[in-house]
Ligand binder design. Structure first.
Ligand SMILES: [Zn+2]
Length: 366
């Protein structure tokens, strides 16, 4: 080969050595996957353990952010009432607290013990001892809606979910997730000496009791004055594959509205998201009817609210009930009395049961 082409080839080879290869189309640059959070749900008819796997990517590096999904890599081993999952992830669970192992006893008729080990920085092992006579394990994955951050990165989260459903005859009961709006330092609306967060929680607890009396499996996103994140509230419904997610609120008028005008409006309304994977306009309509009938108050038109996190991040039928209008003196007086909050709770349960009946008729399941 003449000298010039040989030098040319050498120069090209040296350039290629230092130029990073172009990212393959459709595959974002590799980023570490972290095991970020452990969630345990203990319901009457099932125990559910979920581990959140997360990755943070530069938004511009994801060729198709709408379809990109974080698929955790894991291996399952199951024998003699022990299920072990080994996953490739950086262990960042707060429970590990710098250690390589933690053990949690779970008191349930189905589960005995959960052990999490992080033998190497890139591996996480989860072992659950369960009672194979009372429970049957099932593994699924559940995605959270991606979160775009101000620093032009996007966080993707996928839960690895271990479900231990009770072994029983007949079909399992339906699962309801009840979400009392606001909580903690988020008061919600404040009018007529009432805090919305407290009214919401009381109506939610009353609804929970009635649902349980009727045989449903119920999970509450909060049972006291705490403030769970909005995505965590939606995640609970998605992880539990709930048959309905019901967020309970009370309404207010904009603060910038003149005070006399704020007191003009009273009544109930229910919000839904028509663009959701499982839109629940029908449940919203039935619930608005039941609430306005039970409380004998006016009903406002249903609101399609795709911008609300609890309605656009839930993959199950989801509604948000605005039970009463807090600035209105008569609505405020009514909802301040527990007997009316009980009426509201009964209406919420009745509406949900009617909705299930109609849905069963529509699919031919009686
Ligand atoms: Zn609210």
């Amino acid at each position: 080969m003449p000298l010039l082409p040989r030098v040319f080839t050498l120069v090209i080879a040296v350039i290629l050595l230092f130029v990073p290869p172009l990212a393959t189309a459709g595959t974002p640059e590799p980023a570490p996957v972290t095991a970020a959070e452990l969630k345990i749900f203990q319901l009457k008819h099932q125990d559910v353990i979920a581990i959140a796997f997360e990755t943070c990517l530069r938004t511009a590096s994801v060729p198709d952010p709408l379809t990109f999904k974080l698929e955790p890599k894991f291996h399952v081993n199951q024998q003699n009432g022990l299920i072990t999952i080994t996953a490739a992830a950086q262990p960042a669970l707060p429970e590990l607290n710098g250690q390589t192992c933690f053990v949690q006893t779970i008191s349930s008729i189905r589960l005995q013990q959960l052990t999490v080990q992080a033998p190497t920085p890139g591996q996480l092992t989860l072992t659950v001892a369960y009672n194979s006579r009372t429970a049957k394990p099932r593994i699924t994955t559940v995605k959270r809606k991606r979160v775009n951050q101000p620093d032009n990165t996007t966080v993707y989260r996928t839960y690895l979910v271990l479900k231990f459903a009770g072994i029983q005859a007949g079909s399992p009961p339906k699962t309801i997730v009840i979400d009392p709006g606001h909580g903690g330092n988020d008061l919600g609306a404040a009018s007529n000496y009432l805090y919305e967060k407290e009214l919401n929680l009381d109506i939610a607890l009353l609804s929970c009791d009635i649902f349980r009396q009727h045989g449903y499996d119920v999970y509450m996103t909060r049972t006291s004055d705490t403030r769970p994140g909005l995505l965590d509230r939606a995640d609970a419904a998605n992880i539990l594959e709930a048959d309905a997610f019901i967020s309970i609120h009370n309404n207010s008028m904009p603060d910038n509205m003149p005070a006399p005008a704020r007191k003009l409006y009273r009544g109930t309304t229910v919000l839904y998201n028509a663009a959701a994977p499982k839109p629940a306009k029908e449940l919203a309509a039935i619930m608005a009817d039941e609430l306005s009938g039970a409380l004998r108050i006016h009903q406002y038109p249903l609101q399609d609210r795709p911008g609300l996190v609890v309605l656009n991040s839930t993959w199950v039928p989801a509604v948000l009930a605005e039970v009463a209008m807090m600035p209105h003196p008569q609505d405020a007086k009514m909802i301040s009395q527990r007997v009316y909050r009980l009426e509201a709770a009964q209406a919420i349960v009745q509406a949900t049961e009617k909705y299930f009946k109609i849905a069963a008729l529509a699919t031919g399941r009686h």
